[in-house]
Design a protein around this ligand. Structure first.
Ligand code: TXE
Length: 481
């Protein structure tokens, strides 16, 4: 059994009340450890450690902060293989994917903000004719809360923590209770890197207990959250009367719009990836594929052929493309949408069944699934499934494609495949999403603003946007004679 602890004030400590939760390995469907279910008291201890560390950390030079962040990044890379195995065991994703994406990206997050903080500047305004000059101080907020989900555990945890501490804040953070392991290991890495005690505190536990205690804490002044839309709305309701700053990165139902004039082979290959990467458990996955009608039948045939070649299996094996879903409960949720499809008149073109993997018979495996739908109003096209399930339907005109793309409550990202420049610009301007990819998918530059519109959230992460979120702007006006 691998039991983990909270990381408070630089130490690994057991939860005050001694409550624990089981931690499952989704690839085998078995418990392999326990994690604290931290109470209000544990969160309070974490807060106190953070508040104590704040005066010194917020006055630590940018060079020193930056040096420590670089060190954390180096240590993550040094332990890449070990962390990738831990991530895969906790989450069910292929080890190869964790090695290639999750862990290197966690290192990049620290590296990026180690550099970004040294380049961050603020504005000055000379009030001409009034003998006055204004400038903006960008000060750290104090103690901030970071709450992250299970789909890209270390990747999304560090995406919040790195800018928060780079900007001089101290943090109380909670990873998902479903995938706590790499956050636990990060605590140890922070000590090894010389991060002063109390700057980062990690408490484990359920959203309804530990997460709720962070959001409700009157002195945790900002909350950066990534997770489900329902949870995001709840957090907004709790935080609003306390006037907390909130950044919410929520669900998506992203269109992948394919025109006949695109580079077909490149589109096909990327579409397989954008549909099923990480078992379809990425908020950016293109879960609604919209295809121009003159290539619809050809696309269907070629896409099914390609998807049939994907190997569902043991996440530890090199040639596995699709690992296990994160939990039994999540597998049930995803499967329930496949049942809904049948009731709604959707046609399963491929997949739809759970998969039994040798020696891992109790693991949570599902075939990559393609469902043809006839209209955009069906649940399958409106609700976030967050698994290896995509829908496809055809469209005739640009107007129709745009309407289909925008007629959902979500607005995170969209992909469009075309070589027509005018069409590209019309879609780029009119798609109601925070991110538009043209002839690519999930090509990330950490300087760019990241986040969604509508029910996909509020606020932006990434680059200077993240540093702006984690600082309070203060206007200083100096009158001179
Ligand atoms: O997420 P939750 P769940 C979507 C996806 C998925 C659905 C539900 O559709 O099926 O959300 O997933 C913490 N106060 N996404 O239930 O609950 C929780 O402990 C404070 C999209 O796993 O939102 C965890 O750390 N915190 C998404 C985090 O919130 C609370 C990624 C996210 O869990 C809390 C994940 C509370 N009251 C799911 N309740 C994306 N945008 O990438 C829960 N939490």
């Amino acid at each position: 059994m691998l039991n983990i602890k909270n990381y408070i004030n630089g130490k690994l400590v057991a939860p005050e009340a001694g409550n624990y939760l089981d931690n499952y390995n989704p690839a085998v469907g078995e418990i392999y450890g326990q994690i604290p279910n931290s109470s209000k008291e544990d969160v309070q201890k974490a807060y106190q450690a953070a508040a104590k560390a704040f005066p010194s950390w917020s006055n630590t030079t940018l060079e020193e902060r930056s040096k420590i962040l670089y060190k954390i990044s180096d240590l993550i890379l040094e332990k890449l293989d070990f962390l990738a195995v831990a991530e895969s065991k906790d989450n069910g994703k292929p080890i190869a994917l964790a090695k290639q994406v999750d862990i290197p990206r966690a290192a990049s997050n620290f590296q990026f903000f180690a550099n970004a903080i040294t380049q961050f500047s603020s504005e000055a305004h000379e009030s001409v004719g009034l003998n006055a000059v204004n400038f903006t101080l960008r000060q750290p907020i104090g103690v901030v809360g970071c709450i992250s989900p299970w789909n890209l555990p270390l990747y999304l945890f560090t995406w919040k923590i790195a800018p928060a501490i780079a900007a001089g804040n101290c943090v109380v953070a909670k990873p998902s209770e479903v995938t706590p392991m790499t956050a636990y290991l990060l605590g140890k890495i922070c000590n090894e890197a010389g991060l002063p005690k109390g700057v980062l505190n990690i408490v484990h536990g359920l959203g309804s207990t530990t997460g709720q205690a962070i959001v409700e804490h009157p002195n945790i002044k900002a909350i950066s959250f990534t997770g489900g839309t329902k949870t995001g709305a709840h957090i907004a309701r709790v935080a609003a009367p306390m006037f907390k700053k909130i950044s919410l990165e929520l669900g998506g139902k992203n269109p992948n719009i394919i025109f006949a004039d695109c580079d077909y082979e490149k589109m096909l290959e990327t579409t397989v990836h954008s549909s099923f990467a990480n078992q379809g458990q990425i908020c950016l996955c293109g879960s609604r594929i919209l295809v121009e009608d003159n290539i619809y039948e050809k696309f269907k045939e070629d896409f099914i052929k390609k998807v049939a070649q994907l190997r569902v299996g043991n996440p530890s094996e090199k040639d596995t493309n699709i690992g296990a879903l994160v939990s039994k409960q999540h597998l049930e949720k995803v499967k329930s949408y496949i049942d809904i499809a049948e009731k709604e008149g959707g046609k399963i073109l491929f997949g739809g069944e759970t998969v039994t993997v040798t020696d891992r018979e109790n693991g949570y495996y599902l075939q990559p699934t393609i469902i043809e739908v006839k209209d955009n109003e069906c649940k399958l096209n409106q609700e976030e499934i967050f698994g290896p399930v995509v829908t496809i339907m055809s469209f005739k005109t640009d107007e129709e494609a745009l309407t289909l793309a925008n007629e959902v409550k979500y607005g995170l990202s969209a992909t469009i495949w075309t070589n027509n420049l005018n069409r590209t610009m019309q879609f780029a301007k009119q798609l109601q999403t925070g991110i538009v990819w043209v002839n690519t998918w999930m090509l990330r530059d950490l300087r760019t603003p990241f986040g969604g519109t509508k029910e996909s959230g509020v606020g932006r992460e990434g680059g200077f946007e993240a540093l702006r979120f984690f600082t309070e702007p203060k206007n200083i006006c100096i009158k001179y004679e």
